[in-house]
Design a protein. Structure first.
Length: 172
């Protein structure tokens, strides 16, 4: 009997997050379909006005990303066209599949939705639009957003400035 760890079988498939090159999500999803890989590209309806005309189209919910279930034996097939920037392995597949099921349910509901960065209390942010553009502060409470707190350290005080989270950029 060997003490070596069991190796993954060449037929086992795992979910990956495929980060595509800009505006290549639909082409990559078509490649996945042609190669018969299980994949998911969540699309949402959108419209754009050009003067008096309104054009309706679908766009990726997560720009730049397609979810795909890949086996090691055939994984090289996803690189046959220059559509990918990188492939990320999903660490917790059970949690990922639960979240993917939730995304599918929300997209299928037809309710209006938009993508927002995940902001936590205390996250450092920069104001990217409006009269306070360029200021940096700390997120007050993203569950009930009131705005950001601008610190005045010398006074041990903070100013709560009410503003929409859409006007904020998360800082590293």
């Amino acid at each position: 009997m060997s003490d070596a760890a069991p190796h993954a079988s060449a037929t086992e498939e795992y979910w990956h997050v495929c980060h595509t090159r800009p505006r290549c999500e639909k082409k990559f999803a078509a490649l996945m379909a042609a190669e018969k890989f299980e994949h998911y590209l969540p699309l949402i309806g959108s419209e754009r006005r050009y003067g008096t005309q309104v054009k309706k189209f679908t766009k990726p919910l997560f720009p730049g990303y397609v979810f795909a279930r890949l086996g090691t034996a055939r994984k090289s097939r996803i690189y046959q066209q220059d559509l990918l920037a990188r492939v990320l392995t999903v660490e917790d597949e059970t949690r990922f599949l639960n979240q993917l099921t939730d995304v599918k349910l929300i997209v299928a509901s037809g309710l209006e939705l938009s993508l927002h960065p995940l902001i936590h209390r205390g996250s450092r942010v920069r104001v990217i639009s409006g009269p306070l553009r360029g200021l940096e502060g700390v997120v007050d409470d993203p569950t009930s957003p009131q705005g950001i707190i601008l610190a005045v350290d010398v006074l041990q005080q903070g100013l709560l400035v009410k503003m929409p989270l859409a006007d904020l950029q998360i800082l590293p």
